[in-house]
Ligand binder design. Structure first.
Ligand code: ADA
Length: 565
């Protein structure tokens, strides 16, 4: 059942009830809630806002990773469609869902939507929804955690909480929870493919449904069946992010029984030699790796913050971002589609390693989460590539096979976009299996600290050598330096705003001079919270060109100067 990914909407046939608001909540550090019957309601709860991470909302809960319990109640209006689902925008990390005491199912993986059919468990009057969320860090989860640094994990930094990744493991119901009413035998899944043909385009919609006949409408063009031909197509591009309102209608016994509106964009993405092409023309991505992170709400960023982040990104003149290191909120993709921002969409597979413990299970989950991401975002014109992992330990034995499997799965599920992963492994043996080569490089920071000129020459030599070997487009997915806001130095010195700005100026120049570099993403848009570690002052990663409260550092002005002029 793909209802988890056909995003809810309200129209004549469908209805959404948003459960955002204050829920009952209780931490369960001893994991006794099930035995004590909390599946039917939490005793002595406290109130919490949903959506939002729990860590900074509640006093004393910062490092609590669960399990924890959420509870709310809802009642459906009399006029309500035939079938009812509950849809979670995300639950970080493992959620078990109960309606009126009955277990509906579970979902593992922090930033992807899922849904359950409420079916026979739904009652007239009040219904009680209870969710158990477990965000403990374990080696067989994606991303993995709970292990000390070691050569086996490929992770060298000791963080508290013990993550194998460089961001805080915020927990909870971080996106909207919605009750969705849909018609019986309605539209279940819509996967759109577009092919440009001369001045026209062919739109094909693969639709799962329980009706007799389909109709597609795009403005005045109407077609019975799963294909629609446009003779004169206006393409989607960053310069003209034109969206077409595709309407999918379902008929049964001659009557319309369901309808879904899906804005689509007509465009092509291809790799040709060492170039990445959009609508047949070479692309140069400029932008950022972005995190979803904000004080108090944690990883559950309010829509206003999403809007503001993408405004800031556009303010710098950027045309692109990577959803590091997990799928971002659907609103972020709405904005990208609308504004013509190009997105490298990443799965939650950060910090994969290819040893035991947990190897087989990690790989299975990584594959499933990749499928769920592609299902969710495949109809987005803004998404131009899939990143199947960030900084996997790709030199380990077994890494090649596992990463190839992920890349091949992405291509099999969606042949229309290149697949890659962000690599920080020198001489990475797996790069040859990527369509676009994506590199995270910290010359001038972790390597060659304080040496801007040498960092630039090292990057130049590295890019040229990798290009020589692979002859594929190269995207610099990360580079940067921490700058503590308000720290200044002349001459530029590490941790100062001047150093960050000067290093980025030099590294970007090196990237721009090379036509085979299809883009560069600065790490990162805004400062963000991490676990505690000796190299993370105040528990923050300061590589943002904006502060955590979204004020520009010197580097942001430099980027604006470079990218806007
Ligand atoms: C890695 C990683 C990022 C980031 C960066 C850093 O390359 O991909 O998550 O935090 O390091 O700042 O150290």
């Amino acid at each position: 059942m793909h209802v988890g990914v056909l995003r809810p909407q309200t129209n004549t046939f469908r209805m959404v009830l948003d459960l955002s608001g204050l829920w009952e909540f209780r931490l369960d550090p001893d994991d006794t809630g099930k035995a004590e019957g909390w599946t039917d309601g939490i005793p002595d709860g406290r109130l919490i806002a949903v959506p939002g991470s729990w860590n900074e909302q509640l006093a004393g809960a910062r490092d609590a990773l669960g399990p924890a319990w959420y509870e709310t109640s809802f009642e459906l209006p009399r006029a309500w469609p035939a079938r009812t689902f509950v849809r979670f925008g995300s639950a970080d990390y493992l959620a078990e869902v109960f309606l009126n005491g009955e277990r509906l199912g579970e979902h593992e993986g922090g930033q992807l939507p899922f849904a359950f059919d409420l079916g026979l468990n739904l009652r007239p009057g009040l219904n009680r929804l209870v969710v158990r969320v477990d965000r403990r860090l374990l080696p067989d989860r994606v991303p993995p955690g709970g292990l000390p640094p070691s050569p086996e994990t490929g992770w060298e930094r000791d963080f508290n909480p013990q993550t194998s990744f460089d961001f805080f493991p915020y927990a909870g119901l971080q996106r909207a929870v919605q009750i969705c009413g849909v018609p019986e035998g309605g539209l279940d899944r819509i996967a759109v493919a577009t092919a440009l043909a001369g001045r026209g385009a062919l739109v094909s919609a693969s639709v799962e449904h329980g009706g007799d006949a389909l109709r597609l409408r795009l403005g005045d063009v109407v077609s019975d069946g799963e294909e629609l031909r446009l003779t004169d197509a206006r393409l989607w591009s960053p310069a003209d992010p034109h969206l077409e309102p595709l309407v999918v209608e379902l008929e049964r016994a001659g009557e319309i029984v369901d309808r879904y509106l899906l804005p689509i964009g007509l465009r092509s993405v291809e790799v040709e030699g060492d170039r990445l092409l959009l609508n047949g023309r070479p692309l140069r991505l400029r932008g950022f790796g972005r995190h979803e992170d904000f004080p108090v709400s944690g990883r559950g960023v309010p829509s206003a913050v999403t809007v503001s982040d993408l405004e800031l990104l556009r303010w710098t003149g950027a045309n692109s971002f990577r959803t590091a290191h997990y799928p971002h909120a659907e609103e972020a993709l709405d904005l990208a589609d609308r504004y013509g921002l190009l997105v490298v969409a990443e799965t939650p597979a950060v910090g994969l390693f290819f040893h035991e413990p947990g190897l087989e299970r990690r790989q299975e989950i990584a594959l499933r989460l990749l499928e769920e991401l592609i299902e969710r975002d495949r109809n987005r014109p803004s998404v131009i590539a899939w990143s199947v992992a960030n900084e996997p330990a790709s030199a380990q034995p077994g890494a090649g096979q596992a990463l190839r499997e992920l890349l091949e799965r992405a291509r099999a599920l969606d042949p229309s976009r290149p697949a890659t992963f962000a690599s920080n492994t020198p001489d990475d043996p797996v790069l040859e299996h990527c369509d676009v080569i994506a590199l995270n490089r910290y010359f001038g920071w972790y390597e060659l600290p304080g040496r801007i000129e040498e960092a630039a020459s090292r990057l130049a030599a590295d890019l040229d050598a990798i290009h020589e070997r692979h002859r594929k487009p190269i995207l610099l997915t990360e580079m940067g330096a921490d700058a503590i806001p308000g720290t200044h130095a002349d001459p530029a010195e590490m941790w100062s705003e001047e150093y960050q700005a000067a290093l980025l100026d030099e590294l970007l120049r090196v990237a721009e001079e090379r036509p085979f570099v299809c883009g560069a993403h600065v790490w990162t848009l805004c400062d963000f919270k991490t676990g505690q570690a000796e190299h993370r002052p105040a528990g923050l990663n300061f590589k943002g060109v904006f502060t955590r409260d979204r004020r520009p550092k010197l580097a942001a002005w430099h980027l604006r100067e470079r990218w806007k002029s």
